[in-house]
Design a binder for this molecule. Structure first.
Ligand SMILES: Cc1cc2nc3c(=O)[nH]c(=O)nc-3n(C[C@H](O)[C@H](O)[C@H](O)COP(=O)(O)O)c2cc1C
Length: 190
């Protein structure tokens, strides 16, 4: 258990792992995850998210891996890399609120939770050269690339280099509810 409160195991047991097994993921399982993402709520039902699935056989795999930051090298082991992008035109912002980002993030979470349900693990990454990734995948310039998500079955932590192993073994922590939730008005303790 990662929490002292009883929350659903799908949420409680989700973890952004770094050690992936080489075991292949079937197209059917990936389609289930995409189906979960498809049913995400969005502002005006605009569904701005666009997914690009890159498996080990993709002709763009090596070039996409090359865009990852050095610290995200572990992600090269993952059988699937999922790239999600969106553009504002498909889900307009109101005032200073970018709903295309909000909705796209929610859809990734739906993907991640379905993946967790199917026995997979996901690790989202913002640490990559966004412009280079756009170029590699022919993503039009008006799209923002929100994340690359490594997807796969859990592997052996011992397969990671020492530094990454240490990160993998770190205790997962969160802010307290009282730090992030208020009662009646902003700042008033819940
Ligand atoms: C938008 C986003 C970007 C992230 N970027 C990276 C990254 O570049 N490298 C990395 O190792 N983890 C990255 N993470 C994973 C977070 O560090 C991780 O979710 C957080 O530490 C909480 O751990 P948990 O997901 O296991 O609960 C990212 C997560 C999100 C949602």
């Amino acid at each position: 258990m990662n929490t002292d409160r009883k929350i659903h195991a799908l949420i409680n047991r989700r973890k952004s792992i770094r050690a992936f097994s080489p075991k292949k993921i079937t197209h059917s399982v990936i389609k289930d995850c995409l189906e979960a993402a498809r049913w995400t709520p969005s502002s005006g039902n605009n569904q701005p998210w666009r997914y690009i699935i890159i498996d080990k056989k993709s002709p763009n795999r090596a070039k996409l891996e090359a865009t990852l930051s050095k610290g995200n090298g572990w992600a090269k082991q993952a059988p699937v890399l999922v790239v999600v992008c969106a553009r504002e035109e498909d889900d307009p912002s109101y005032s200073d609120t970018d709903y295309f980002g909000y909705d796209t993030g929610m859809s990734i979470m739906s993907f991640v939770l379905e993946a967790q349900h199917q026995g997979l693990k996901c690790h989202q990454m913002g640490g990559f050269d966004h412009e280079a990734a756009k170029k590699v995948l022919s993503i039009p310039k008006e799209y923002s690339v929100w994340a690359i998500t490594a997807v796969g079955y859990p592997g052996k932590v011992s397969s990671l280099d020492e530094r990454t192993q240490a990160k993998e073994k770190q205790k997962r922590v969160r802010k307290l509810i009282t730090e992030v939730a208020f009662r009646d008005k902003f700042g008033k303790t819940y």
